[in-house]
Write a protein of this length. Structure first.
Length: 384
């Protein structure tokens, strides 16, 4: 047996070696915290300035990141950063954006390739100084919490029957909808599925309208304020009167999967509006959205019954979701092209599997007590 004093000296030597190795590794790990910026050239004579802001993440020992497209405005998008030696990877999953490059020997530039979807462009990101840093776009001004929820001016017109698609958005000060039925407007205003609407005329789900309204007060309205604006417009222009009820209905319930959520949190603009849009049926891009926003999108555009959020996940997130829709989904989008005679072996999975594999969530059928909007009175809107 070795003497105790020898063992103590040996252990002290091991500790010294381990600390020295840790210090050596730390010295070799570059500090990338700060603003990195570069210019894309997507076409001759056109330039787009791109910025990634990296901040240390104490929980992981890595970085959190935010991407800003300076010349396209808008709010920052949450990104991920992976650093391995001098290899740097930055990505914005919700937008299908990636950047991979090598850090220079002096640690002040990263030369690599920017990708979005199938396209790619060369890009060199340089570390910004106080003097060279580009000014980041200010977050849009939000509407005052006590602002009146009425439009200063609003138009409601029959939609062009030859115009495809459906849209609900905010552009500048204006709230816009295109190709939306009265049922679409009610489901948004009251945050319900169409199955949660009781009564109403036959034209409620067939006649389509374009709505444009400018709120009385400047600033971007929150989702709650948007719903209030739409409720008041429906009462004013459609003479809509309703009362509430409660029913047990077939529903889908979202919960957290057994291995936890796989979501990228977006803290760039806590008061900003969510962005949820389809780049094709079954290809959902989501930015700055809560789980309630996600559930609302599924029930309003994708599924044939209400969707209830029971995840208890707080905060806003960016993510993409790719799946192969079945015949029960996207019914309000009109006829679907026929399925290919030979299934694509590389096609994404179905919705339920995709949600679990890609988001770490579960979507299960069940029954839930949900609010029901009962229509007492409604009229077709008068011409503007």
């Amino acid at each position: 047996m070795l003497p105790e004093t020898f063992m103590k000296k040996l252990m002290r030597s091991i500790v010294v070696v381990v600390l020295a190795l840790a210090a050596s590794v730390a010295a070799q790990t570059p500090n990338l915290a700060g603003q990195w910026q570069g210019t894309l050239q997507p076409a001759p004579g056109k330039e787009l300035r791109l910025v990634f802001v990296l901040a240390p993440n104490a929980a992981t020992g890595g970085y959190t990141a935010t991407m800003h497209s300076i010349d396209q405005g808008g709010q920052g998008a949450a990104a991920t950063a992976v650093v391995q030696g001098n290899a740097v990877r930055l990505s914005v999953a919700a937008a299908g954006i990636g950047f991979e490059g090598k850090l220079s020997a002096d640690g002040n530039s990263i030369a690599g390739t920017f990708t979005q979807g199938p396209g790619s462009l060369p890009l060199t990101m340089t570390r910004a100084t106080k003097e060279t840093a580009w000014a980041l776009p200010a977050p849009p001004k939000t509407m005052a919490a006590d602002a009146p929820l009425t439009f200063e001016v609003a138009t409601v017109k029959q939609s062009d029957p030859n115009r495809p698609g459906k849209l609900f958005t905010v552009k500048g000060r204006d709230v816009l909808t295109i190709n939306t039925t009265l049922a679409d407007l009610i489901t948004f205003a009251y945050d319900v599925h169409v199955r949660q609407i009781s009564g109403g005329p036959t034209w409620m789900e067939s006649d389509k309208f374009d709505v444009q309204g400018r709120p009385q007060v400047e600033g971007v309205p929150s989702t709650v304020q948007l719903r209030g604006l739409m409720k008041n417009l429906l009462a004013d222009r459609f003479k809509l009167a309703v009362h509430n009820d409660k029913k047990d209905l077939p529903a889908y319930v979202i919960t957290v999967g057994p291995r936890g959520p796989k979501l990228t949190q977006n803290t760039s603009n806590p008061n900003g509006l969510p962005g949820l849009f389809f780049k094709g049926l079954g290809n959902l891009v989501t930015t700055n959205a809560t789980m309630t926003d996600f559930a609302g999108l599924l029930q309003s555009a994708v599924l044939d019954r209400p969707v209830v959020n029971k995840t208890d996940i707080q905060g806003k997130f960016d993510f993409t979701l790719n799946w192969t829709p079945d015949d029960s989904q996207f019914r309000s989008f009109g006829p679907r092209p026929p399925a290919p005679a030979t299934p694509d072996p590389n096609a994404p999975p179905g919705l339920f599997t995709a949600i679990q594999e890609q988001l770490g969530l579960k979507l299960d059928p069940g029954t839930a007590a949900v609010d029901v909007i009962v229509i007492d009175k409604v009229e077709k809107p008068s011409e503007n």
